[in-house]
Design a protein around this ligand. Structure first.
Ligand SMILES: [Zn+2]
Length: 450
């Protein structure tokens, strides 16, 4: 007997380019136990069968970079470029409370699951109190999502409020406390990192961070070269040509490092990313919203850099919908290069699945449909007006499908959404609590001067 037998699905395993076939997947003890074309040879009477006729069965999506609580700040500061926008985001640390982090993060998780996300990387950077991190982790755990919690550090910067600036030793102690309080396993992993070097981190912190990460066997997450202004800062303050080049001096790039954005990186820095085995989280919707520029994704892929996709926080994306981001990632490269064939839908879907899993050190756990991997699976209903008729399933998942087509979501062999219903979460309560948290937060934010 298996936990689940999913039959009649159009399966996209995402292991090889353009592979798709009609078949079944058997899930046993949370693990993918069998995959086959056609109908299964044998069905036990007590198998729990999910008939996936009309649906694509694919790996759960990986959102490689977000700030969940920011759903409370959707559409608050829309017309600002990165630096003045960041000043306001950081300024919120003066009024953000742990309860805002819990309510916002849980709403963000619910939205993520409803868009087919099964794994996300929460890049945490505002910690006026240690409970802000604890409450974010609690929300993620309550949601059932697989996650990497990246507890990053800021120790400098004019626009960073004192309440969230930390000396490296103090931050490391707090991260040690997070590690001590939580079991590290496939479901929950941890990272650290400089938040946005060099604008809010000193060379002293950067020197210490690689040592600390290696000592604790955790990865590194950082915002890298998001806008031209960050690159100008690294030139002015440190005489370096780019942020990646600067970080290389401190050993920050590496196989367990994920660099969000990487919009303004040179050809030499792309080579450096490849040589060091670093991954990039491409966040096209956020980059477009803030007017940052276009990341050289095609060049990075050509050089063999592992690229993942991220929504970024809802304060610069408005949503946690990874399907939006998938479509934007495809279209943005086409218009940027003025070449409709510059990127193919398979490469984009790979970034949202296997690329994301690799970036988060979870390539042996999830990101593809393979025997032995954890059962992080989604069923996307393509038998709908905007998805039919079907000519090219890869292109249509990227360019036609919407988050609302995700019917069922399984994480670790547990169904967390069935026929659009979140099985383990009270959606009405999550929404009501988030509205209360939003009203309270905005009252406090509106009393601030930036
Ligand atoms: Zn970010």
């Amino acid at each position: 007997m298996s936990d689940f037998l999913i039959t009649n699905a159009l399966i996209l395993p995402m292991t090889e380019a353009r592979q798709s076939f009609s078949g079944y997947v058997r899930v046993d003890n949370g693990v993918i136990a069998d995959i086959g074309a056609g109908a299964p040879l044998k069905t036990e009477e007590d198998d729990f069968v999910i008939d996936a006729a009309g649906c694509v069965l694919m790996p759960g999506l990986v959102n490689a970079h977000t700030h969940l609580y920011q759903v409370l700040l959707r559409a608050v500061w829309e017309d600002l470029e990165l630096m003045p926008w960041l000043k306001r985001i950081y300024g919120c640390a003066r009024v953000l409370r742990p309860e805002h982090f819990y309510a916002g993060s849980l709403l963000g998780c619910a939205e993520a699951i409803r868009s087919g996300v099964t794994t996300l990387c929460e890049h945490n950077f505002l910690n006026p109190s240690p409970n802000c991190a604890f409450e974010t982790i609690r929300a993620i755990q309550d949601s059932g999502l697989r996650a990497v919690f990246a507890r990053t550090i800021m120790d400098a910067g004019e626009i960073v409020p004192e309440c969230t600036k930390e000396k490296p030793e103090q931050a490391f102690r707090r991260i040690e406390e997070i590690l001590a309080r939580h079991e590290r396993n496939d479901q929950l992993q941890f990272m650290t990192g400089p938040n946005t070097p060099p604008i809010n981190t000193t060379p002293g912190l950067l020197r210490e961070i690689r040592r600390f990460a290696d000592d604790k066997s955790i990865g590194i997450s950082a915002h890298v070269a998001e806008s031209k202004s960050v690159v100008e800062s690294v030139r002015r303050q440190h005489g370096k040509n780019g942020v990646v080049e600067f970080l290389h001096e401190f050993g920050i790039p590496g196989p367990n490092s994920i660099f969000a954005h990487s919009v303004h990186v040179s050809k030499d820095e792309i080579v450096l990313l490849k040589q060091t085995g670093s991954s990039v989280s491409h966040n096209p919707v956020s980059n477009m919203m803030l007017g940052d520029g276009v990341a050289p994704v095609v060049e990075m892929l050509r050089q063999g850099v592992n690229v993942a996709l991220g929504t970024d926080g809802a304060a610069s994306n408005h949503s946690q919908d990874l399907f939006d981001t998938i479509k934007a990632a495809s279209l943005l490269q086409k218009v940027h290069h003025q070449d409709a064939g510059v990127i193919d839908p398979c490469s984009v879907l790979r970034m949202a699945t296997a690329g994301g899993a690799k970036a988060l050190g979870l390539e042996s756990v999830c990101g593809t449909i393979e025997v032995g991997k954890r059962a992080d699976l989604i069923l996307v209903d393509l038998d709908t007006i905007h998805n039919q008729p079907m000519n090219d399933v890869f292109s249509q998942i990227v360019h036609c499908a919407k988050a609302s087509d995700v019917r069922t979501v399984m994480i670790n062999g547990e169904i967390v959404m069935q026929d659009r219903h979140l099985t383990g979460l009270d959606e009405k309560k999550i929404l009501a609590d988030a509205k209360i948290a939003n009203r309270d937060l905005m009252k406090r934010v509106n009393a601030l001067s930036f």
